[in-house]
Design a protein around this ligand. Structure first.
Ligand code: GDP
Length: 196
């Protein structure tokens, strides 16, 4: 599919307000600042499709984009803001879990992690929820340009080894919006999920 024609459809404050559970969705999740918005903008070749909401504590929205009719990219709220009250964090975690476990049209999950700080608790939780629901996962180790190529490969191998523990369909790749690393792999994966 041509991801460059992706357009914004709607925002939802929580999963109860999402559009009907039909068609195919691929969701993007990650800690705040992991590079999720940049990755979506790179994929779609649009400067500000996904806007970076840098204000923690503000209502976070689920943003839906349509690649073509019935095929949607879902930008889930970033998690892990240090400044957010515990109660609100838990509320959002539950909502993310509910989406990953109950959304029937969800066919794939992309989890973005800064290559320098991968596999934090909530990252692992996201993967676990997806694997439990038999949703395939693509982990993108973002900002790969920040590491020299040796260190980059070490991180990739380490995360790949750690991911074996999930015993599910979990693929790990390097990514950089800045240097356009891994964009083809992301596109191929999305194509396969949308084709199924
Ligand atoms: P989000 O909170 O997950 O949506 O993250 P953003 O996409 O807003 O990115 C967070 C910060 O990381 C911003 O300052 C970006 O400029 C930076 N960033 C994102 N992707 C890359 C990348 O591929 N390379 C580098 N060096 N910085 C990046």
């Amino acid at each position: 599919w041509n991801y460059h024609v992706t357009r914004f459809v709607t925002s939802a404050p929580d999963i109860r307000h999402l559009p009907s559970d039909t068609g195919t969705e691929v969701a993007f999740a990650g800690r705040s600042n992991a590079g999720k918005s940049s990755a979506l903008n790179t994929l779609t070749n649009q400067k500000s499709l996904a806007r970076t909401s840098k204000t923690p504590g503000r209502t976070q929205l689920i943003n839906l984009f349509e690649v073509t009719e019935g095929k949607r990219l879902v930008d889930l709220p970033g998690y892990g803001y240090a400044e957010v009250p515990e109660e609100m964090k838990l509320k959002w975690q539950r909502a993310l879990g509910e989406y990953l476990e109950k959304r029937a049209c969800l066919r794939g999950l992309v989890v973005l992690m800064d290559i320098r700080h991968p596999m934090k608790d909530l990252d692992q939780q996201m993967i676990e929820w997806a694997v439990d629901s038999e949703i395939p996962v693509l982990v993108l180790l973002t900002k790969a340009d920040k590491l020299a190529s040796g260190a980059r490969k070490n991180q990739l191998n380490m995360v790949r080894e750690a991911a074996l523990a999930f015993m599910g369909d979990v693929q790990i790749e390097m990514f950089s919006s800045l240097k356009k690393i891994g964009v083809d792999k992301l596109r191929l994966k999305l194509d396969s999920w949308f084709a199924a």
